[in-house]
Design a protein around this ligand. Structure first.
Ligand code: FES
Length: 151
């Protein structure tokens, strides 16, 4: 084999190796509608807080902080008066809101609904895929600060 032919054959082989790697790298997964295992942007063990002197004053009030949705379900500043959960829906990251009149957490994108303990009451509407149970975070109150520990 001549030197030029050898180099050309090396180039062709190298091109095959490179394109194989690229195809493998680009072979991303499609949107299957499968719930994200942990859509929360926060790593486990971090916290989120709200100031009870100015937030969540009335039953039904809600606020988000650090990827956590907080809402008040009863009067008084005890942990049992509040719920802290994920701010984004596990299905496709729609915003979750507390609907006091319905006593449900509702996704604003495909209208999945959840109870205050995170149980799925209704799955995504007019779309594909499923959701999962919401994470409910433990809360603690110190002075006027309500803190959720993100797990
Ligand atoms: S993003 Fe919430 S139901 Fe689809």
């Amino acid at each position: 084999m001549e030197r030029d032919e050898f180099i050309k054959s090396l180039g062709f082989g190298l091109a095959l190796v490179c394109s194989g790697s690229c195809f493998q790298g680009c072979g991303g997964k499609g949107d299957t509608g499968t719930p994200e295992p942990n859509p929360n942007p926060n790593p486990g063990g971090s916290t989120a807080s709200v100031n009870l002197a100015s937030q969540l004053l009335a039953v039904g009030d809600q606020a988000t902080a650090n990827g956590v949705l907080f809402f008040r379900v009863a009067a008084g500043n005890t942990s049992s008066a509040f719920v802290a959960t994920e701010a984004l829906c596990p299905h496709q990251q729609g915003s979750l809101v507390w609907k006091q009149a319905l006593n449900k957490i509702q996704c604003q994108l495909h209208f999945s609904e959840y109870s205050t303990n995170g149980t799925v009451l209704q799955g995504p509407q007019n779309t594909t895929g499923n959701t999962r149970t919401l994470k409910i975070y433990a809360t603690a109150i110190s002075n006027n600060t309500l803190t959720a520990t993100i797990t």
